[in-house]
Design a protein around this ligand. Sequence first.
Ligand code: UDP
Length: 320
Amino acid sequence: MAWLVTGGAGYIGAHVVRAFASADIDTVVLDNLSSGHREFVPDGIPFVEASITDSVALARLFADYSIDGVVHLAGYKYAGESVSLPLVTYDQNVTGTARLLEAMANAGLSRIVFSSSAAVYGTPSVDVVTESTPTSPQSPYGETKLIGEWLMRDQGVATGLAHTSLRYFNVVGSGSDDVYDTSPHNLFPLIFEALVDGRTPKIFGNDYPTPDGTCVRDYVHVADIADAHVGAARALMAGTALEPVYNLGSGSGTSVGAIMSSVADVTGIRFDPEIHPRRPGDPSRIVADGQAASRDIGWAQRHTVESMVASAWSARQAHA
Ligand code: UDP
């Protein structure tokens, strides 16, 4: 028996596959390689190249492999870009998720861990977000992640599907040098691309109401995020009732300015970041309480911000 990891060739999914392997749980990967990389999937892991919107491919996969449960990460993942691509975002994240749930129901599969996001909160009015903080997504991406959570809940009521949704905060770092964040839109890769190209990293806004004027985020190490999926899968296999949603946050925030200083320390490259105007839609601060996930699925932030920067830089250099 194995767990299916949709989006298992992506930056986070590839770490989930490795975390399951470390826990002696077999996986099968489904990915359409739209943002994933075939080489991120370790040798020996069955790989199916198909979209989650492809009902025929899903039915064939569930017929070909004996699957215990599903970790569902596949989808359109660029929050900022989703504003100009709402239909693509809804197709991948809502239609795709509905097709996956339908194929699972047809195959008699009843466990799923869904990849959700801090984007469901939009701009929170509290210093530390908990699972009961009201949701208010501000992009098609955030909307579709929230709808995904509702699909889990509704399918749970309709069919008895055992489910939980993990709301990731700012996922960074690398668990091994062979997988790194290739996103062209996030802070860490943008800093590293600039340094590798001999350009100066940019800070989007230094006039926020934060201690150093730059945005504060809750950075979490991707290997810790991956381990939380193992904890959730094990709980579902044991028949433990889980909450419908968990925040995977550390409870403490780090400013963009502090990340820049850490990058300078880790890389040994001295630079004064260029200050640019605020990026539209960026909340000044978003930090989450991860205590419920610690209690129920063994979530823990085991890495420091410095080790997140160092591991991300090491993996980026390995791919230079
Ligand atoms: N950011 C920045 N310079 C960059 C990229 C991002 O100052 O080159 C800031 C961005 O404005 C935000 C933070 O870094 O305040 C984290 O951005 P990211 O896109 O990584 O994640 P988000 O929190 O937007 O999901």
